[in-house]
Design a protein around this ligand. Sequence first.
Ligand code: GLC
Length: 566
Amino acid sequence: MRLKSIRFLFIAMLLFSLLGCNKAQAPAAAADSQPHQWWQDAVFYELYPRSFADSNNNGIGDLNGITSKLDYLKELGVDAIWISPCFPSPQVDFGYDVSDYENIDPMYGTLADFDTLASEAKKRGIHIILDFVVNHTSDQHKWFLDSKSSKTSEHRDWYIWRDGKGPAEPPNNWTSTFGGSAWKFDPTTNQYYYHYFYAAQPDLNWRNPAVENAMLDVTRWWYKHGVSGFRLDAVDTLFEDPNLKDNPLVGGKNAFGDPIENEIYNKKLPEIHDVMKKLRSAADESNAVLIGETWTKNIDELKEYYGKHNDELQMPMDFLFTTVDKLSPAAFREQIASVNASGGWPVYVLGNHDKARSYNRYGDGKNNDAIAKLMAGFYLTLRGSPIMYYGEEIGMENNDPKRKEDVKDPIGITAWPKEKGRDGERTPMQWDGSANAGFSTAKPWLPVPPSYKTHNVADELKDPNSVLSFYKEVLKARHTNQALINGSYTPLNENDQNVLSYLRAYKDQAVLVALNMSGTEQKVNLGMSQHGFSSTKPLATSGKSSVNGDEVTLEPFGVFIGELSK
Ligand code: GLC
């Protein structure tokens, strides 16, 4: 006990002196004093069901395919899977147009298949997170079909209907984020309905309490089916100004040729937070977690999503992190410091089904594997919960369509060639080097890129230097080392332009992380010996990165993650 407190004091002194001698500008984040909730220790993994694993060989992934890969995910170090929408849907936006919230699309299987997936996942300690499309439904949802049938129908006010401003003139100037006016005229009742996304995705009217009740009930229904939480889709656009004021134009046109607007009247309205609180209360009844698709302009906006009393989303995603699209230690330091200062639990992502793959975004074309390892060594060792994107762990690359006729994503079809759509980041998971990367014996719905021959699960599992082996090493360290699980975050050498380094410390344990974000070898002195540390046991290194006394040598884009000891 006494020895422990001396050691603790020692680490505290070390942190204090490191901060002092490095003239730290960014605040450190203290170690967590409260015991963690399950989702704070979890590594999340987003998978796109169409593209993960195809059990019935029709070219499209399915739930039984996911079940068959649970052992792989467990061994990788995944604790929770977020499945992009798998509910019945006309698939206009590949599932983000839901026509029944309480069922499974036959293309993906049945409710019984879901129950099997849930129970098999539970056996392995893997949580299931579903994607809840809260802003809109499909235009084929029975609520909308009834809504459009007459002005007096039961569900009329479940959506947003208005008269035009004049003949053939929509109610206001709002444009859809997927191109064109956000209003569609419906001749049955001679009114327009509002759709922030495609016309096939009418916005729900969250000002109607009946909508709110129905949607809260959907979450409770899935909690009973063993779901551990939701990723809430498109929360920013839940509410619109009831007076439908025109948005101010900021000048210029977007990829769809529409005037660019400042969306002050149809985005991020304060009423959103009342809904978040209600969804959270329902989640709390089941110890569930809410993850938010929260595209924010700054940390203050992100902070609001946690709720003033931490009573909204536990995990709003920090997309500002993904806007640091270059290997810049200074920009990353600043971003980490500001999210830590927000007081909420940080949620880091490198990519998802709407964003070009991190392998290409950060890669320089020559050292992409080393850079993929660098990014793994980085965001998986920060204080916060990471959300991986399927295939990132094997260095999957983006595979954008080359011709308009090959594009599947309607955004790409509408705005080609300015916008190629999101097919590139949604291609089939690369399981092995056989035809179609072992995803399916049928032609997959999207083509696999040629790199599947070198970047696939089966081959990378055999290679100790692969991207996959490195992910496994880092994830193992993350799950077993208390400093990485509960530790504080203290930035080191804050003026270094090439190496991002930091310390994670908890009680008498500490881990040093040093990441070379440059293409040249770097040697950094982190002055550990003056503070009583004589050795560092590597937990995960990439390249020939090593430590000698106080000096850490990092290969171009090399990573050193080591446990400090006396
Ligand atoms: C979210 C989804 C995106 C979808 C959109 C409309 O942004 O991530 O894929 O197209 O919502 O539901």
